[in-house]
Design a protein around this ligand. Structure first.
Ligand SMILES: Nc1ncnc2c1ncn2[C@@H]1O[C@H](COP(=O)(O)OP(=O)(O)OP(=O)(O)O)[C@@H](O)[C@H]1O
Length: 244
């Protein structure tokens, strides 16, 4: 269980809280889409969960461990339960699909092996299996810079799978993709989510995609949680409240 209690984030030299006393609890198996207009706090929320962004006040607890005051060393271990997929993919353009995917196992290996780029046969097999799972088995040795946006996001997802996560975080993972590709990426995420029984929390601008795929929707406005409910509860009234 992931529990967020009275979470406040305020960036330095700003007068407003980017997240303002947010309380939420998420369970394994939930596919949560996070809505809100630009600047509402979606990205801050996702990044604070895996401590890419520090909380100003409040607590985030994952399976009984309070993440907000954990040492960096202990946080590294916890962070390997969480993966993040990004709007701009965060891949290394000149490296191949396979090499990029293999970097997903970095968190679980001794650092010297990462520096030397040594991967066992078993690690390579896991990477190839992940690439098959996301439908990229024919592109394994291509450089990622030669791929389409949708294919790049599939590499991002394969890399995430290698970490064997429990929580999948998405910071607008389809915002750079066309509608058809976005839907395919969401279908893939949902399939993986169900097969691996993850907790998925994904920021998204496309309300229709959110309503179609989410099991739960939360929405922010000006850093405050203003909606937490089922996808079919997001009616015109809620839509107007979120995006006005
Ligand atoms: N590094 C930063 N320094 C100062 N203020 C920031 C920083 N990052 C975000 N903010 C502010 O915090 C608030 C929330 O931003 P955030 O990026 O979380 O919103 P968002 O909902 O993800 O927006 P978008 O949909 O445009 O990505 C905004 O007012 C933003 O200007």
């Amino acid at each position: 269980m992931l529990s967020i209690a009275d979470l406040v984030v305020r960036y330095p030299k700003t007068d407003e809280n980017a997240l303002d006393h947010v309380n939420l609890t998420f369970k394994k198996g939930e596919f949560v889409c996070v809505l809100g207009k630009s600047g509402a706090g979606k990205s801050t929320f996702i990044r604070t969960i895996n401590r890419l962004q520090l909380a100003t006040a409040g607590q985030i607890t994952w399976e009984g461990t309070n993440l907000t005051n954990l040492s960096e060393a202990k946080m590294r271990r916890v962070r390997s339960d969480m993966v993040m997929i990004f709007q701009h993919f965060n891949l290394i353009p000149r490296m191949t699909v396979l090499q990029n995917t293999l970097t997903g196992s970095f968190g679980k290996r001794p650092p010297y092996k990462n520096i030397l780029g040594l991967f066992s046969e078993q690690e390579q097999k896991r990477a190839l299996d992940a690439l098959k799972e996301v439908g990229l088995e024919k592109h394994v040795h291509k450089r990622v810079e030669a791929l389409s946006g949708g294919q790049k996001q599939r590499v991002g997802i394969a890399r995430a799978l290698l970490q064997d996560p429990k929580i999948l975080l998405g910071d607008e993972p389809v915002a750079s993709l066309d509608p058809t590709t976005s839907r395919k990426i969401f279908e893939l995420l949902k399939r993986i989510h169900e097969e691996r029984e993850l907790l998925s929390i994904i920021n998204i601008h496309d309300v229709n995609l959110a309503k179609e795929f989410a099991t739960r929707i939360v929405a922010f406005r000006d850093g405050q949680l203003i909606f937490d409910g089922m996808p079919n509860e997001v009616d015109d009234h809620i839509f107007a409240e979120v995006y006005q």
